[in-house]
Design a protein around this ligand. Structure first.
Ligand SMILES: Cc1cc2nc3c(=O)[nH]c(=O)nc-3n(C[C@H](O)[C@H](O)[C@H](O)COP(=O)(O)OP(=O)(O)OC[C@H]3O[C@@H](n4cnc5c(N)ncnc54)[C@H](O)[C@@H]3O)c2cc1C
Length: 423
């Protein structure tokens, strides 16, 4: 590879904050909100013009119950507006949830309300927001991060901060700061919504949505529809992910899994966007032509960007395995994903190695691969954001770094905020 040497330049410092939250997905939202409510001066930077991360950019609108920590408040707010509903006809038995299978209780949300409510909640708590700001660099001073460099229509600018939460989903800040991370390639999917589906007619024909993938597989075997661009019909896809996704006649569709590409390489991402969009059209045309109930269905919206499940994970203070997450009451437990489920997550999973004033939350935290499938569910990302935000605020209050924070203090504050840690 050849290189160019960029000339040295002066970068203007345009803002300072106690806590800088990088990324405005559900984890970043929760971190910023909970830290600001504890009195920290918080600035949140986000590259898109709206918040919500994969929920809003990639139409990942289905979730296990929002029943622990900050999820409860968000769930109440959305339910009041009828924008958080139980997914019907999934083919899963809600009684399985009693045995700890939270995916039997999937709900759907309206992403437009998330785009509207998240910034309102943050601004009400005193968080400063900067949208359309892409973080491209980190300024380090010894073992700590002094600030970040962002690129926007205003050029290259710096923001300084005492404490940083990396909620970019891709561990961008940890990687830029030189903390150990590892790259992963998980299948990508373009989620999309269909409108004007005759749901009663489709369910009468299919029995439940889980059967749609079998109808499609048979059509593929007969050569009636070609899924031949690297998309694998596996793990429940392609298929309908949420019936009557909040509104009558609306379906959230999982268009298939594209494997082997990197979520942090723009060339791979370009290929992924083109391939998954092609499949969205093929799948929709097939449904229109072949499946009763879909005759008039039309694409209401597709993802702003292809859904990237994982790209880069922190290699942090600890990387718990699934068996530990399900079986161990960690002395430093700071998150319990679901009220009725025995899973727990230790504080060490949020702590990078070698950077003093950084916490990492959301889907890029540190854990073993076998646990990450569960830990990436969005209510889990939210409570890891809550734990990181509260930890950062307490660090600022007590003048210590995240590694030195008294975890007992953090646990007490989280419990006072209504988080069941199962201690
Ligand atoms: C196809 C697919 C299906 C899924 N299905 C489900 C499901 O059914 N239920 C479920 O609960 N979970 C599901 N998940 C997982 C879940 O959606 C995510 O793990 C979760 O939403 C991640 O939240 P997050 O806040 O950690 O990260 P993200 O949502 O990725 O948020 C990161 C934010 O940071 C911003 N950002 C990133 N880099 C920068 C930068 N350099 N500068 C500025 N801003 C930046 C991004 O724009 C984004 O807003 C699915 C994921 C995918 C991809």
């Amino acid at each position: 590879m050849s290189y160019i040497i960029e000339p040295e330049r002066k970068t203007p410092v345009v803002a300072e904050a106690d806590l800088l939250v990088c990324g405005g997905g559900y984890a970043g939202f929760a971190a910023a909100l909970c830290a600001a409510r504890l009195g920290a001066k918080v600035l949140l930077l986000e590259k898109y013009g709206f918040l919500g991360g994969l929920i809003t950019t990639s139409l990942v609108i289905t979730t296990p119950p929002l029943n622990n920590g900050i999820n409860q408040e968000v769930g109440r707010l959305l339910r009041e507006q009828r924008a958080y509903v139980f997914c019907q006809h999934s083919g899963r038995d809600p009684q399985d949830a009693e045995a700890g299978d939270v995916s039997a209780l999937m709900h759907a949300v309206d992403p437009e309300l998330i785009k509207y409510e998240f910034p309102r909640m943050l601004l009400a708590a005193g968080v400063r927001l900067l949208l359309h700001a892409y973080i491209a660099g980190v300024v380090r001073e010894g073992p700590a991060i002094k600030g970040v460099i962002m690129e926007s229509k205003a050029g290259r600018q710096a923001v300084l901060a005492k404490m940083v939460v990396d909620a970019t989903g891709d561990a961008d800040i940890a990687a830029l700061a030189g903390a150990p991370v590892r790259e992963v390639k998980k299948p990508m999917t373009m989620m999309y919504n269909l409108a004007e589906v005759d749901v009663a007619r489709a369910v009468a024909h299919l029995g439940h949505w889980g059967n749609l993938k079998n109808v499609l597989r048979r059509a593929m075997a007969r050569g009636e529809v070609a899924f031949d661009l690297g998309i694998a019909p596996e793990f429940g896809a392609p298929g309908v992910h949420a019936a009557e996704a909040v509104y009558p006649g609306q379906l959230n569709v999982w268009s298939g899994m594209l494997s082997g590409l990197s979520g942090i390489d723009p060339w791979d991402l370009t290929q992924a966007e083109l391939i998954t969009r092609e499949h969205v059209m093929r799948l929709t045309r097939f449904l229109n032509a072949q499946v009763p109930g879909f005759e008039r269905a039309r694409i209401e919206c597709t993802s702003t960007q292809v859904g990237v499940r994982a790209s880069r994970q922190l290699v942090g203070g600890c990387s718990p395995k699934m068996a530990e997450i399900k079986g161990v009451k960690f002395a430093d437990t700071v998150a319990k994903p679901y009220a009725k489920n025995p899973m727990r997550l230790p504080y060490g999973a949020l702590l990078p190695q070698g950077v003093d004033n950084l916490l990492v939350a959301g889907r890029c935290l540190s854990a073993d691969d076998d646990a990450l499938g569960q830990l990436r569910l969005w209510p889990v990302c939210a409570i890891t954001g809550q734990a990181a935000g509260v930890a950062a605020a307490l660090c600022l209050r007590h003048g210590v770094g995240p590694q030195q924070l008294d975890v007992g203090l953090l646990q007490k504050e989280l419990e006072d905020q209504g988080m069941d840690l199962g201690l």
